[in-house]
Design a protein around this ligand. Structure first.
Ligand code: SF4
Ligand code: SF4
Length: 91
């Protein structure tokens, strides 16, 4: 039968690729989180100021990696921290 083919149409394959890419990004971001060692943190706020995406929120004077979906994984916060209090954790 003409037109009956088990291979997905080009449009479908493009959709699948875009969908897979979005899912992969979502999963990667979900796995990457930034942890702040409260025993080392002096609340200097340098991590907050350096972050280009305003990922951190200050909660009771403590920086919290509140908007991880916006994180660019640039590691600027990790590198600027004078107390080496920030690390990346994967879940
Ligand atoms: S830069 Fe380091 S010490 Fe300063 S507030 Fe951020 S985590 Fe704490
Ligand atoms: S890695 Fe970059 S974008 Fe992510 S929280 Fe740190 S400074 Fe902000």
């Amino acid at each position: 039968m003409s037109g009956d083919c088990s291979r997905p149409l080009k449009e479908d394959r493009t959709y699948f690729a875009a969908d897979y890419s979005a899912k992969l990004k979502e999963e990667t971001q979900a796995m990457r989180n930034v942890k702040i060692d409260m025993e080392k943190c002096t609340r200097c706020r340098e991590c907050i100021e350096v972050c280009p995406e305003e990922v951190f929120e200050l909660v009771d004077g403590i920086p919290v990696h509140a908007h991880k979906e916006k994180c660019l994984e640039c590691d600027l916060c990790i590198n600027i921290c004078p107390e080496d209090a920030i690390s990346v954790v994967t879940q």
